[in-house]
Design a protein around this ligand. Sequence first.
Ligand code: AMP
Length: 419
Amino acid sequence: MLSIEKFNFKGQKVIIRVDFNVPLDEKFNITDDTRIRAAMPTLKKIIADGGSVIICSHLGRPKGVEAKYSLRHILPNVSQLLGLPVDFADDCLGRQAEEKAAALQPGQALLLENLRFYAAEEGKPRGLSENATEEEKAAAKKAVKVEQKEMAKRLASYATVYVNDAFGTAHRAHASTAIIADSFDADHKLFGYLMNSEVDAVEKVLNQIRRPFTAIMGGSKVSSKIEIIENLLTKVDNLIIAGGMTYTFTKAQGGRIGKSIVEDDKLELALELLKKAKENGVNLILAVDAKIADSFSNDAQTRFVPVDEILDGWEGLDIGPETERIFAGIIEESKTILWNGPTGVFEFENFTHGSRAVAEAIVRATKGGAFSLIGGGDSVACINKFGLADKVSYVSTGGGALLEAIEGKELPGIKAIKG
Ligand code: AMP
């Protein structure tokens, strides 16, 4: 596989898939430009080498052409961060895009309009009537798949090289993230720097593990994390289960959980996971105490109680001090750490303490030489909120993509280039 460090883009016309799906306020100002910044090293390298770039991305979830999802909103920011005027094509597949791409000179950049203005990007039919028959649905599906291939070919025709730097969409087999790669031979397609870093970080927690390896899984529901937990049970030494998931495990073992969040249909599964952990020699660690509240609010009355003695009408919204101490001890002795999901309702200031304790323990372990990967939506929000993002080894930009990678799935965007 080609390496971006060694590749010389001089004279090449590069189509690069980035993830510029940034949050915008009501006036279309970017409220967090992390994703745009994350692609800059790759874009700058191509320009510095004397190549030209055709940048493509999605923004939001448009159902068709919708002005509010236009990438034109972010054009000034892209130009400013790249340090050169970036041209814009109003339609990623139109004649204008083709002509502008053809006219690009070395050192120039062009941003294409939102790829998802076309259903073909995702390869999923849109606007099907609710009354559509199975046959109609199948026909629409087939048609959009054909269009998807055509779209990928059209995008590929603009360029001589394809770069994928969009880890956030690597778990999708879309026209621009995977199928486009079929139009380039192995010497003309590669990952960007961001994609490389993400892939390396995942490798470190899946295949290049330094032990002990501890995963901290938080968040609200067991059901959304089953596959990850199952895959991790074959890899980790310690699996810390925290957050709302705790109470499904506690109830399954006969504890009193009051009105804490619980998935009653997953009690059996919780017991099975405990059994599997034992069989695999994994130390599965659950909370021993909880910070409970008499309502789901920041201003609720609170108490600390053993996790299996939660009063009727009360609910556990964070871990307690004894649990914090236990979790921190395990984390600090680890050499590989993966954190996904808060230990409590971190959106409420009064229930952030546990997540902060976990974050701080991870920072201490990292200082001591551990590799720490933080990923998947809310733990990234946590680490940013605590101002500790630069004190851990790696904060992933990919939510769903990271989770699927940790589940052990092959990501289409990665396979398309790696083979
Ligand atoms: P997830 O998206 O599965 O990682 O879940 C993150 C969400 O879980 C956050 O919005 C937290 O507020 C929520 N959460 C964590 N702990 C609890 C809890 N004890 N009760 C209810 N929600 C929780």
